[in-house]
Design a protein. Structure first.
Length: 505
């Protein structure tokens, strides 16, 4: 079954001269033949340097062509690609390296100093933007030794954010990545004529697996840029005639503030996607006014990350819905007492399919807890309407229980962010002796005269009394994680500090 594992070789045979990847920062282009030859040469070099099937090869780099070099080289020889989050501190990276024990680590000169601090954690390192690296891709002999590969063999390991503890290495098999790509191509109707801009970090599953790998599988085009810039992103979308692009809500928020966004008609765009975090309804309004198709999705490192499909026309009607499960995966909602949720009943999202991860690295207990009877227990909550459309309610751990009532922060956040003078909002539960937890909202306002009493009155127009935040904390900005999600763990720490200060004053 090696031909299935090394599919980039087959794609290069079918469409050798078609452009596969463009580096927007340098305007360098790479055909499918180029991509496959680079991967074969690197795989051969890996073998010469002692890399064996099952060994880990890590990479610390901004978005760069080397992500594809290393991924496809590992795919050819059965090694495991480990992209490292360059935003992490030295101690956090040291933990990951000690956990996955790579035999080689590639790095970009942008992070050379950081790598030198980590060098004791790995045997050897190589620079992916050096002349030596470029030469080995050209001069190395073609890959000759064939390794027996199975679809269940690990291909990549992506570490979770670790917001609730130590990061966990999510092991994705060849089957996991291929199934996600095939399912995405078929369910989302991707074609060889589609082109995406990949400015989400490629150490994250969103940067690699939402659109990049599916489009390369079908013979499309991927434009990469080393970092997200709202103005440059708009320029690249139009210059390279991108048709389908994904950003996280924070990125959209930044883009909407630019004059370039306001003036651009995005003539080549077929659809904009949002992922990584629940999307404020303001984003739907913005695209509807511009007459551009928009939808949001749901996924996680352990599954896909693509799991649902929704027609953009339906998405504008059923705002906030991620749609229905894709062609080749199953989703169900299970309540706290273990029964399958009925229409509009909230339950934990469970996912089954060949795109699901195979294990957490060196963590059988966490694997057994997440995977039960073939179903991935995501820890996320959702509901399904009468027509079978799914809506994400929030994280199970984020649910607030106040006075015996369940409160889902996302509903309150969406309503607060619809206020014309609120820029961002996040809702958490803080400990309270009377209520158990008290609903607390952190808001970024554009009008400094806006008071908590104004916000209470605004919430009362839409929300039940028990859902209305009892505390509003005005902040200049909301803390974010390394992938642009609101850091609710940090917000809880800030909220507790505020409570303690109020008690002592």
């Amino acid at each position: 079954m090696r031909w299935e594992m090394d599919w980039i070789d087959n794609r290069a045979r079918l469409t050798p001269n078609r452009v596969a990847i463009i580096d927007a920062d340098t305007n360098e282009t790479y055909t499918y033949r180029n991509i496959n030859m680079r991967a074969s040469a690197l795989a051969s070099w890996f073998i010469e340097n002692g890399v064996k099937k099952g060994d880990r090869v890590a990479l610390l780099s901004p978005n760069h062509i080397s992500y594809f070099d290393l991924l496809f080289a590992c795919a050819k020889i059965g090694a495991i690609f480990v992209p490292l989050n360059w935003r992490l501190a030295k101690e956090e990276l040291n933990y990951i390296l000690s956990d996955c024990t790579p035999v080689l680590i590639g790095y970009h000169t942008q992070f050379q100093e950081k790598v030198e601090q980590l060098h004791a954690e790995t045997e050897r390192s190589f620079c992916i933007n050096s002349a030596e690296y470029a030469n080995l891709l050209v001069n190395n002999t073609s890959l000759k030794d064939m390794v027996e590969l199975r679809e269940e063999d690990p291909l990549a390991m992506i570490y979770t954010g670790g917001t609730t503890g130590k990061p966990k290495g999510v092991v994705l098999a060849h089957r996991s990545i291929m199934s996600n790509a095939l399912n995405t191509v078929l369910s989302w109707n991707l074609t060889e004529h589609d082109c995406t801009l990949s400015s989400m970090p490629m150490f994250h599953t969103g940067g690699l697996n939402v659109l990049s790998i599916p489009l390369l599988l079908i013979g499309g085009k991927v434009v990469i840029t080393s970092a997200f810039d709202p103005v440059k992103s708009i320029e690249y979308i139009n210059t390279y005639h991108c048709t389908i692009v994904i950003f996280v809500p924070t990125m959209y928020h930044m883009m909407f503030q630019t004059e370039e966004f306001k003036s651009s008609k995005f003539p080549s765009i077929r659809i904009f996607l949002s992922g990584g975090a629940p999307c404020p309804l303001e984003v739907y309004d913005t695209f509807q006014k511009k007459g551009i198709a928009f939808k949001e999705g749901y996924g996680l490192t352990e599954a896909g990350p693509n799991n649902f499909y929704i027609d953009p026309k339906v998405a504008n009607i059923k705002r906030g819905s991620v749609g229905k499960p894709m062609m080749f995966n199953m989703v169900k909602l299970v309540t706290e007492d273990g029964h399958e949720a009925g229409p509009n009943e909230v339950g934990e999202i469970l996912i089954k399919g060949k795109h699901v991860f195979i294990q957490y690295w060196n963590n059988p207990e966490a694997t057994a807890q997440s995977m039960q009877n073939g179903w991935l227990h995501t820890g996320d909550l959702g509901r399904m309407d009468e027509e079978g459309f799914f809506y994400i309610v929030g994280r199970k751990k984020d649910m607030i229980i106040t006075g015996g009532e369940n409160v889902y922060p996302l509903e309150i956040e969406h309503w607060l962010e619809s206020h014309p003078e609120i820029d961002e909002a996040a809702v958490i539960g803080l400990p309270d002796t009377k209520w158990g937890e008290v609903v607390t909202a952190f808001v970024v306002v554009t009008n400094s005269l806006l008071q908590g009493t104004d916000l209470i009155a605004y919430c009362g127009r839409k929300l039940g009394k028990y859902k209305i935040p009892r505390k509003f904390i005005l902040v200049d900005e909301l803390p974010k994680t390394h992938v642009g999600k609101i850091d609710k763990k940090r917000l809880k720490e800030i909220g507790i500090q505020v409570l303690e200060m109020n008690k002592s004053s």
